[in-house]
Design a protein around this ligand. Structure first.
Ligand code: E4P
Length: 216
Protein backbone atom coordinates (compact mmCIF):
# COMPACT_ATOMS: atom_id res chain seq x y z
CA UNK A 1 0.00 0.00 0.00
CA UNK A 2 1.26 3.46 -0.90
CA UNK A 3 1.37 6.22 1.72
CA UNK A 4 0.27 9.73 0.84
CA UNK A 5 0.11 12.63 3.28
CA UNK A 6 -3.14 14.59 3.36
CA UNK A 7 -2.08 18.20 3.94
CA UNK A 8 -0.95 21.38 2.26
CA UNK A 9 1.53 22.12 5.05
CA UNK A 10 5.07 22.12 3.66
CA UNK A 11 6.76 21.44 7.03
CA UNK A 12 4.56 18.38 7.64
CA UNK A 13 5.10 17.16 4.08
CA UNK A 14 8.85 17.49 4.58
CA UNK A 15 8.72 15.68 7.95
CA UNK A 16 6.80 12.74 6.43
CA UNK A 17 9.01 12.69 3.35
CA UNK A 18 12.15 12.61 5.52
CA UNK A 19 10.91 9.29 6.96
CA UNK A 20 11.51 7.86 3.50
CA UNK A 21 8.09 6.20 3.28
CA UNK A 22 6.09 8.86 1.47
CA UNK A 23 4.67 8.12 -2.00
CA UNK A 24 2.62 11.24 -2.62
CA UNK A 25 0.45 14.08 -1.31
CA UNK A 26 -3.24 14.92 -1.43
CA UNK A 27 -4.61 18.40 -0.87
CA UNK A 28 -8.09 19.90 -1.01
CA UNK A 29 -9.41 23.47 -0.93
CA UNK A 30 -9.91 23.34 2.86
CA UNK A 31 -6.32 22.18 3.43
CA UNK A 32 -4.91 24.81 1.04
CA UNK A 33 -6.98 27.58 2.66
CA UNK A 34 -5.60 26.49 6.04
CA UNK A 35 -2.11 27.32 4.75
CA UNK A 36 -3.25 30.81 3.74
CA UNK A 37 -2.67 30.11 0.04
CA UNK A 38 -4.78 32.62 -1.94
CA UNK A 39 -4.99 33.50 -5.62
CA UNK A 40 -4.21 31.51 -8.78
CA UNK A 41 -0.48 32.30 -8.87
CA UNK A 42 0.08 31.57 -5.17
CA UNK A 43 -1.84 28.31 -5.48
CA UNK A 44 0.26 27.22 -8.48
CA UNK A 45 3.47 28.16 -6.63
CA UNK A 46 2.39 26.15 -3.60
CA UNK A 47 1.70 23.03 -5.70
CA UNK A 48 5.08 23.52 -7.37
CA UNK A 49 6.78 23.68 -3.95
CA UNK A 50 5.06 20.42 -2.93
CA UNK A 51 6.13 18.74 -6.19
CA UNK A 52 9.71 19.82 -5.55
CA UNK A 53 9.61 18.31 -2.04
CA UNK A 54 8.05 14.93 -2.88
CA UNK A 55 8.76 12.66 -5.82
CA UNK A 56 5.28 11.15 -6.19
CA UNK A 57 1.71 11.88 -7.20
CA UNK A 58 0.38 15.21 -5.93
CA UNK A 59 -3.39 15.72 -6.03
CA UNK A 60 -4.52 19.26 -6.84
CA UNK A 61 -8.25 19.94 -6.79
CA UNK A 62 -10.25 21.95 -9.33
CA UNK A 63 -12.55 24.60 -7.88
CA UNK A 64 -15.03 24.78 -10.78
CA UNK A 65 -18.11 22.57 -10.82
CA UNK A 66 -18.98 22.81 -14.52
CA UNK A 67 -17.38 20.71 -17.27
CA UNK A 68 -15.71 23.56 -19.19
CA UNK A 69 -14.37 25.18 -16.03
CA UNK A 70 -12.97 21.90 -14.67
CA UNK A 71 -11.23 21.12 -17.97
CA UNK A 72 -9.76 24.62 -18.16
CA UNK A 73 -8.49 24.50 -14.57
CA UNK A 74 -7.31 20.90 -14.79
CA UNK A 75 -5.19 21.64 -17.85
CA UNK A 76 -3.49 24.51 -15.97
CA UNK A 77 -2.92 22.36 -12.86
CA UNK A 78 -1.50 19.47 -14.90
CA UNK A 79 0.90 21.90 -16.61
CA UNK A 80 2.48 22.84 -13.23
CA UNK A 81 4.36 19.52 -12.92
CA UNK A 82 4.18 16.01 -14.47
CA UNK A 83 3.36 14.55 -11.02
CA UNK A 84 0.17 16.58 -10.62
CA UNK A 85 -3.00 14.48 -10.50
CA UNK A 86 -6.14 16.56 -11.07
CA UNK A 87 -8.65 16.06 -8.28
CA UNK A 88 -12.25 16.21 -9.51
CA UNK A 89 -15.43 16.05 -7.40
CA UNK A 90 -17.88 13.17 -7.85
CA UNK A 91 -20.61 15.06 -9.69
CA UNK A 92 -22.12 14.63 -13.16
CA UNK A 93 -19.86 17.20 -14.84
CA UNK A 94 -16.96 15.77 -12.85
CA UNK A 95 -17.44 12.38 -14.52
CA UNK A 96 -17.52 14.06 -17.95
CA UNK A 97 -14.35 15.96 -17.05
CA UNK A 98 -12.58 12.79 -15.81
CA UNK A 99 -13.39 11.11 -19.14
CA UNK A 100 -12.01 14.15 -21.01
CA UNK A 101 -8.83 14.16 -18.89
CA UNK A 102 -8.42 10.40 -19.41
CA UNK A 103 -8.75 10.79 -23.18
CA UNK A 104 -6.19 13.59 -23.10
CA UNK A 105 -3.56 11.85 -20.96
CA UNK A 106 -4.19 13.77 -17.73
CA UNK A 107 -4.40 11.67 -14.56
CA UNK A 108 -7.27 12.20 -12.12
CA UNK A 109 -8.35 11.54 -8.55
CA UNK A 110 -12.13 11.40 -8.14
CA UNK A 111 -12.86 12.84 -4.71
CA UNK A 112 -15.83 12.81 -2.33
CA UNK A 113 -16.68 9.14 -2.94
CA UNK A 114 -19.24 7.79 -0.48
CA UNK A 115 -20.72 4.80 -2.34
CA UNK A 116 -19.66 1.86 -4.50
CA UNK A 117 -21.84 3.18 -7.33
CA UNK A 118 -19.89 6.42 -7.40
CA UNK A 119 -16.60 4.47 -7.45
CA UNK A 120 -17.82 2.38 -10.42
CA UNK A 121 -18.75 5.51 -12.42
CA UNK A 122 -15.38 7.13 -11.72
CA UNK A 123 -13.52 3.95 -12.72
CA UNK A 124 -15.58 3.69 -15.93
CA UNK A 125 -14.59 7.28 -16.77
CA UNK A 126 -10.94 6.25 -16.34
CA UNK A 127 -10.05 7.91 -13.03
CA UNK A 128 -6.53 7.05 -11.89
CA UNK A 129 -7.71 7.10 -8.26
CA UNK A 130 -11.03 7.05 -6.39
CA UNK A 131 -11.07 8.57 -2.92
CA UNK A 132 -13.62 7.04 -0.53
CA UNK A 133 -13.85 9.26 2.59
CA UNK A 134 -13.63 6.73 5.42
CA UNK A 135 -13.62 9.07 8.42
CA UNK A 136 -16.58 11.13 7.25
CA UNK A 137 -18.62 7.93 6.76
CA UNK A 138 -17.66 6.76 10.26
CA UNK A 139 -18.57 10.22 11.62
CA UNK A 140 -22.07 9.75 10.17
CA UNK A 141 -22.60 6.42 11.94
CA UNK A 142 -21.80 4.02 9.07
CA UNK A 143 -18.70 1.86 8.63
CA UNK A 144 -16.33 3.50 6.17
CA UNK A 145 -14.16 0.40 5.95
CA UNK A 146 -17.06 -1.64 4.56
CA UNK A 147 -16.98 0.65 1.54
CA UNK A 148 -13.26 0.02 1.00
CA UNK A 149 -13.88 -3.74 1.04
CA UNK A 150 -16.84 -3.43 -1.34
CA UNK A 151 -14.96 -1.27 -3.85
CA UNK A 152 -11.92 -3.59 -3.66
CA UNK A 153 -14.14 -6.57 -4.46
CA UNK A 154 -15.86 -4.83 -7.39
CA UNK A 155 -12.63 -3.50 -8.90
CA UNK A 156 -11.03 -6.96 -8.67
CA UNK A 157 -14.05 -8.75 -10.19
CA UNK A 158 -14.35 -6.16 -12.97
CA UNK A 159 -10.60 -5.82 -13.43
CA UNK A 160 -10.74 -2.02 -13.08
CA UNK A 161 -7.27 -0.50 -12.98
CA UNK A 162 -8.35 2.57 -10.96
CA UNK A 163 -6.50 2.71 -7.63
CA UNK A 164 -8.44 2.83 -4.37
CA UNK A 165 -7.17 5.74 -2.27
CA UNK A 166 -8.52 5.51 1.27
CA UNK A 167 -9.09 9.11 2.38
CA UNK A 168 -10.42 11.02 5.37
CA UNK A 169 -8.22 8.93 7.64
CA UNK A 170 -8.57 9.79 11.32
CA UNK A 171 -6.27 7.36 13.17
CA UNK A 172 -3.65 4.60 12.82
CA UNK A 173 -6.32 1.86 12.97
CA UNK A 174 -7.88 3.27 9.80
CA UNK A 175 -4.50 2.81 8.07
CA UNK A 176 -4.13 -0.77 9.31
CA UNK A 177 -7.69 -1.68 8.24
CA UNK A 178 -7.26 -0.03 4.83
CA UNK A 179 -4.08 -2.09 4.31
CA UNK A 180 -5.87 -5.26 5.42
CA UNK A 181 -8.72 -4.65 2.97
CA UNK A 182 -6.43 -4.05 0.03
CA UNK A 183 -6.59 -0.29 -0.47
CA UNK A 184 -3.90 0.71 -2.98
CA UNK A 185 -3.16 3.98 -1.18
CA UNK A 186 -3.90 5.55 2.17
CA UNK A 187 -3.76 9.33 2.48
CA UNK A 188 -3.25 10.32 6.08
CA UNK A 189 -2.61 13.26 8.35
CA UNK A 190 0.94 13.27 9.76
CA UNK A 191 -0.44 12.43 13.24
CA UNK A 192 -1.90 9.13 11.97
CA UNK A 193 1.34 8.17 10.20
CA UNK A 194 3.36 8.91 13.35
CA UNK A 195 0.73 7.09 15.41
CA UNK A 196 1.79 3.86 13.71
CA UNK A 197 5.15 4.16 15.49
CA UNK A 198 3.68 4.06 18.96
CA UNK A 199 3.53 1.10 21.32
CA UNK A 200 4.11 1.34 25.09
CA UNK A 201 5.98 -1.99 25.13
CA UNK A 202 8.46 -0.56 22.61
CA UNK A 203 9.12 2.39 24.94
CA UNK A 204 9.41 0.15 28.01
CA UNK A 205 11.64 -2.31 26.15
CA UNK A 206 13.95 0.41 24.86
CA UNK A 207 14.23 2.06 28.30
CA UNK A 208 15.24 -1.33 29.74
CA UNK A 209 17.80 -1.96 26.98
CA UNK A 210 19.35 1.48 27.51
CA UNK A 211 19.48 0.89 31.27
CA UNK A 212 21.12 -2.51 30.81
CA UNK A 213 23.51 -1.08 28.21
CA UNK A 214 25.13 0.94 31.03
CA UNK A 215 26.26 -2.38 32.55
CA UNK A 216 27.85 -3.58 29.33
C1 E4P B 1 -8.88 13.45 0.57
O1 E4P B 1 -8.18 13.53 -0.41
C2 E4P B 1 -9.30 14.56 1.41
O2 E4P B 1 -8.37 15.60 1.26
C3 E4P B 1 -9.30 14.25 2.88
O3 E4P B 1 -8.83 12.95 3.14
C4 E4P B 1 -10.55 14.63 3.59
O4 E4P B 1 -10.38 14.32 4.95
P1 E4P B 1 -11.27 14.95 6.11
O5 E4P B 1 -12.56 14.23 6.15
O6 E4P B 1 -10.44 14.73 7.34
O7 E4P B 1 -11.43 16.42 5.79
Amino acid sequence: MKFFIDTGNLAQIKEANDLGILDGVTTNPSLMAKEGVKGEEAIAQHYKAICELVDGDISAEVLSTDFAGMVEEGKKLAAIHPNIVVKVPMIKDGIKAIKWFTDNGIRTNCTLIFSAGQAILAAKAGASYVSPFIGRIDDSGWDGMELIGQIRHIFDVQNYKTEILAASIRNPLHIIKAAELGADVCTCPLSSILGLLKHPLTDIGLAQFLEDAKKM
